[in-house]
Design a protein around this ligand. Structure first.
Ligand SMILES: Nc1ncnc2c1ncn2[C@@H]1O[C@H](COP(=O)(O)OP(=O)(O)O)[C@@H](O)[C@H]1O
Ligand SMILES: [Mg+2]
Length: 393
């Protein structure tokens, strides 16, 4: 509704009634209403395709349509428009049918007039607007959660964390999709010992026209035997490509529609596509090792997110001890330096990780009792929650 002008299409062949209607509006000074009047349904229907109306005011007793057949035709043509029936037909059964068919209100001429008529039509428009907003909010709520993991720098265990979180959540019967969102070689296929027929480069090709149909998407997902589906990163040099943010948007939104959780494995270099993915994420885990350089790199990364206006509430640190010979920074010190809470602390498990990788199975499935596997599974639970609780140190 531009400038709060309410554009009404009146479909009524009792022209005297239409004059009365206009009079009611002008009498109460409802100057925000603009009326377009047609007498027949076959004049109205084409107008619905071109005119941007906010409400339809419909007499059911028309020459070219009787009772609620016209109403059905209008709803089929303009399902998002509120329709107020204003009619000479004073019949409860017809009224009930009309309301059940989707009319916003049923007003009998003569019974409602003047100010009350104006108010009823205004309320119907408003009620419809609120219902549409609620419907949209409900649809948004149905979208799955997006959790992004990004390394403070390369080789911090990000991809390992991603594949384990996905496996742990799938074990809880959640629909999980992993998206390895990168322009160049994705190592996840290697880590899971898979040779996918399709990867991100193919998805970006089919969505080049700005659309990604659900069946096109699902046909290109790789299904792991233990549940999660995967969009692997590019696998060969000729598949490497820049990812436009709009492309990333299409893919992530499409995955959200079919997944309870979309887990994104992000590369360390910051691109416009990575920025977009972070903006779309419900939570971002920065994966780092507890050593000074890595903590510093993590701090710079978090500063970058904050410069993008990403709320600190949705950023957490995932500390992975690879077990190298560095001087470890204490967890409380990490939180203080990052100015960010820790959501997971994964102990060293080089041998267990190597053994799992050898078989192409995430550690949480290969050795569920192993201490790193237990902490990975616990962290998955934490990340799955609507309100993510950081670790108490
Ligand atoms: N908790 C851990 N302890 C020891 N090694 C680990 C641990 N987690 C991951 N790794 C190993 O670290 C290496 C890098 O892991 P990867 O997940 O590929 O990191 P990134 O995605 O950040 O580059 C792999 O060899 C992996 O097996
Ligand atoms: Mg990786």
């Amino acid at each position: 509704m531009d400038n709060a002008i309410i554009k009404a299409l009146v479909i009524d062949d009792y022209t005297d009634d239409v004059d009365l209607l206009r009079e009611s509006f002008s009498k109460v000074g409802a100057s925000d209403f603009r009326f377009t009047h047609v007498e027949r349904l076959d004049e109205a229907l084409p107008l619905l395709d071109i005119g941007d109306f906010d409400v339809i005011i419909l007499e059911l007793d028309l020459q070219d349509s009787a009772e609620i057949t016209g109403l059905h035709q209008i709803i089929a043509r303009a399902p998002d428009l509120p329709i107020v029936v204003l009619t000479r037909i004073d019949d409860d059964a017809v009224a009930m049918n009309a309301m059940q068919a989707g009319a916003q209100d049923y007003l009998v001429k003569g019974q409602v007039a003047g100010e009350a008529l104006v108010r009823s039509i205004r309320y119907a428009v408003e009620r419809h607007r609120v219902q549409s907003l609620q419907l949209r909010a409900a649809q948004e709520e149905e979208l799955g959660r997006v959790i992004a993991l990004i390394g403070a720098k390369g080789g911090t265990g990000t991809t390992t964390v991603v594949s384990n979180i996905a496996a742990a959540l799938a074990r809880e019967n959640k629909q999980v999709t992993i998206l390895e969102l990168r322009s160049d070689y994705g190592t996840l296929a290697l880590q899971l010992n898979r040779a996918p027929d399709y990867n991100l480069s193919h998805l970006l090709r089919v969505s080049a026209d700005g659309l990604l149909e659900r069946n096109e998407l699902e046909a290109r997902l790789f299904s792991l035997p233990y549940g999660p589906r995967v969009v692997f990163g590019p696998q060969t040099a000729d598949e490497f490509m820049e990812i436009e943010p709009e492309q990333a948007n299409i893919v992530i939104r499409a995955l959200q529609e079919i997944s309870d959780y979309t887990i994104i494995d992000l590369p360390c270099n910051l691109s416009a596509a990575t920025q977009l993915a972070i903006r779309l994420s419900d939570y971002v885990g920065v994966v780092l090792q507890p050593e000074p350089y890595c903590v510093k790199a993590g701090k710079v990364r978090i500063d970058q997110f904050r410069a993008w206006d990403v709320s600190l509430d949705i950023i957490g640190a995932v500390v992975v001890s690879i077990g190298a010979s560095y001087s470890e920074v204490e967890l409380t010190e990490i939180e203080a330096r990052l100015d960010c809470r820790i959501v997971g602390v994964i102990p060293p498990a080089a041998e267990a990780c190597a053994a799992a990788m050898e078989l192409g199975v995430p550690l949480v499935l290969h050795q569920p009792e192993q201490i790193a596997a237990v902490t990975l599974a616990e962290m998955s639970q934490r990340l799955a929650a609507e309100e993510i609780e950081p670790i108490r140190l």
